[in-house]
Design a protein around this ligand. Structure first.
Ligand code: ZN
Ligand code: ZN
Length: 229
């Protein structure tokens, strides 16, 4: 397959979905709750019919990435794909956070509502449970693959196109008030895993980083942060 892929950002609240158009169309992430209409407007602007979207690839189960998935799924008929270990966050949405068990833990959970939007996420069935081996996107007309890139969460996924564009969810961030400059995320469940995921993406040829929060930036920024460039 030798297809140029258009990468179309669609803002959905504090996060963005990236619509990828090759021989077919997929979307990466589904933004905050109540943003189905904004997604459809973004499609219309790009001249894409809702029914053309075949897959909704969710990078991870945080509410600002799965928020409008149910709405977008019913408007497009697309399948939802997510890592198997986070599918439950979509199928019976809960804020995936343990209760604070220390004083700081409790304070943090109170602050959390300002950091991550607390909203009612509608449940949707996950059609494709992606394992650690990832999946190819060839059958969706997109030259690239879905890669397991744990760190921000245990089941975080990224899309790596053969041309080097990496759509990474929250494996990177580039938006105030999360960050002032592009770089690594400010929340990660496993920092070591996060760095290993980046080393793997770099080795696989990632050249441009497309974060879910903020604008794309070159991989050299990440290489400098992790001491590889
Ligand atoms: Zn996140
Ligand atoms: Zn996020």
């Amino acid at each position: 397959m030798n297809v140029n892929v258009d990468i179309i950002p669609v803002t959905l609240g504090i996060s963005r979905s990236y619509v990828l158009r090759g021989d077919s169309v997929i979307a990466v992430d589904c933004g905050c709750a109540g943003k189905g209409g904004s997604f459809l407007k973004g499609l219309e602007k790009a001249g894409i019919a809702p029914g053309d979207v075949k897959l909704l690839l969710i990078t991870h189960g945080h509410s600002d990435h799965i928020g409008s998935a149910a709405e977008i799924k019913s408007a497009t008929g697309a399948k939802i794909a997510m890592h198997s270990c986070e599918a439950k966050w979509m199928e019976s949405p809960v804020m995936p956070a343990p209760p604070g068990i220390t004083r700081w833990g409790r304070v943090f959970m109170k602050l959390r509502r300002y950091i991550m939007p607390v909203e009612d996420v509608a449940a949707a069935a996950v059609d494709i449970r992606v394992g650690n081996e990832g999946i190819s996107l060839d059958e969706y007309g997109i030259p690239g693959s879905v890669i397991w890139t744990p760190g921000h969460t245990p089941g975080s996924l990224s899309v790596l196109l053969r041309s080097g564009e990496a759509i990474v969810g929250d494996l990177a961030m580039n938006m105030f008030p999360l960050r002032l400059t592009p770089g690594l995320p400010i929340f990660a469940e496993d920092y070591g895993a996060l760095i290993r995921s980046w080393e793997m993406l770099i080795e696989m040829g990632a050249s441009t980083v497309y974060p879910a929060h903020g604008k794309p930036f070159p991989i050299s920024v990440i290489k400098r942060k992790i001491g590889k460039g």
